[in-house]
Design a protein around this ligand. Structure first.
Ligand code: FAD
Ligand code: PHB
Length: 394
């Protein structure tokens, strides 16, 4: 048995855990991270692609932004497409801000490199991770198995950054947390293709056959999504069928063509809205997907995870530097204000752009009217733009 002692034990090396450990490091606060998956798996897992301006600024400030500045694609707007016509929402004009398209796995790669270059302690492939003694005045402990050796980490606080399927949230005694949830009757089938993007910006498309999204990862890689059944079998979607469906749904103005290419990755994701309150139990503090999930239509999950740990790092800094626990005590409430605004936005974008099983002709007309309003009223466009580019980190 090996015993370690640190200030903050971080479970999970996703965006939340990695950004937190770097923020703490910059404040001279020690942490140990453990991650269930291998480094390679974390660095190759294809997920989010849109970074809010506040996320970009923070990554730059903590020294993780060099490659993002070179390779990230700054977007000044998005297109909403319906009835075969495109309508641009101009973020720069409406908010003075932009977003950056840069893959989550690239962010993770940059953060892991940075943390390891600073001799951070990250245990990849940690097995049988368990947490205990975090309630009230306890002595928080994380136990795990690493390369067949038992470890015990004693810490002041445990940061539960282990995502929706992690071990931290389920370790909280029953009855302590209140769950709020909505599961959607559809999922997204996503592909990564070796094809140049077909437009300079993202296209969110409402179509009678279902939602579709055109995004990208680089000047030669396109990321595309299709609304599908929540438990769709990917095996029943050969590449030709995916392209045919994308071509139909993304059909644009005369002369617009969707570029096709070799499909290098594909998968289906379910969609849910989920929040637990409070985001803390004694000395266990939850952050990111461990505490909340949003449907991806608003491109918010990663950004919300970063916003949580920004609040958490400042609270821990105040605790260690001044002994004042007020910010830690306010952590959950501070985060939840943003979380619920982002939940509302993500639910709204999802509701406006997808077809629902139980909808009728009235609902479809209402959705088109809403899209028409959002794209023709400056006030409504500005509301979408303000939420999409993200609120300042508080
Ligand atoms: P995660 O990234 O899930 O990280 C948690 C980590 O904990 C993982 O590495 C996991 O392996 C590890 N872990 C789990 N259990 C254990 C355990 N028991 N012990 C140790 N480690 C454990 N968000 C956006 O902002 N913009 C987008 O454009 C966007 N698009 C998306 C598209 C798709 C298809 C999907 C699926 C998600 C998208 N998201 C998007 C959401 C975003 O990917 C997540 O919100 C984000 O990954 C949350 O980060 P996190 O660090 O909280 O959790
Ligand atoms: C992506 O590029 O993966 C992406 C972009 C926008 C979204 C969701 C995902 O809303």
């Amino acid at each position: 048995m090996k015993t370690l002692r640190t200030q903050v034990g971080i479970v999970g090396a996703g965006p939340a855990g990695l950004v937190l450990s770097q923020l703490l490091h910059l404040q001279g606060i020690e942490s140990v991270m453990l991650e269930a998956r291998s480094r390679q798996y974390c660095e190759e897992r294809i997920r989010a692609g849109v970074l809010e301006h506040g996320t970009v600024d923070l990554l730059n400030q903590i020294g993780a932004g060099r490659r993002m500045q070179r390779e990230g694609m700054v977007h000044e707007g998005v297109e909403l497409r319906f009835n075969g016509q495109g309508h641009r929402i101009d973020f720069r004009e409406l908010t003075g801000k932009t977003i950056t398209v840069y893959g989550q796995h690239e962010v993770v790669k940059d953060l892991i490199n940075l943390r390891l270059s600073e001799q951070a302690q990250i245990f990849f492939e940690a097995e049988q991770v368990r947490i205990s003694e975090f309630e009230n005045a306890g002595n928080p402990t994380i136990r795990f198995l690493h390369h067949n050796e038992d470890y015990e980490v004693h810490c002041d606080f445990i940061a539960g950054c282990d995502g929706f399927h992690g071990v931290c949230r389920p370790s909280v005694p029953a009855g302590t947390l209140t769950l709020y949830e909505r599961i959607y009757p559809f999922g997204w089938l996503g592909i990564l293709a070796e094809a140049a993007p077909s437009a300079e910006e993202l296209i969110y498309c409402y179509h009678e056959r279902g939602f579709a999204l055109h995004s990208m990862r680089s000047p030669s890689i396109t990321r595309l999504y299709l609304q599908c059944n929540p438990n769709e079998d990917i095996a029943s979607w050969p590449d030709e069928k995916i392209w045919a469906e994308l071509q139909k749904r993304l059909e644009g103005p005369q002369g617009w063509l969707l570029n096709e290419g070799a499909v290098i990755q594909k998968g289906v994701t379910g969609m849910r809205s989920f929040v637990v309150e409070p985001m803390r139990c004694g000395k266990l503090i939850l952050a990111g997907d461990a505490a909340h999930i949003v449907p991806p239509t608003g491109a918010k999950g990663l950004n919300l995870a970063v916003a949580d740990v920004y609040v958490l790092a400042r609270a821990l800094e105040s605790h260690y530097k001044t002994g004042n626990g007020a910010l830690l005590d306010a952590y959950s409430e501070t985060c939840l204000r943003r979380v619920w605004k982002v939940q509302r936005f993500s639910w709204w974008m999802t509701s406006m752009l997808h077809r629902f099983k139980d909808e009728n002709r009235f609902d479809a007309k209402r959705q088109i009217a809403e899209l028409d309003y959002v794209t023709s009223s400056r006030a409504a466009s500005q509301t979408l733009a303000e939420n999409y580019v993200g609120f300042p980190l508080s």
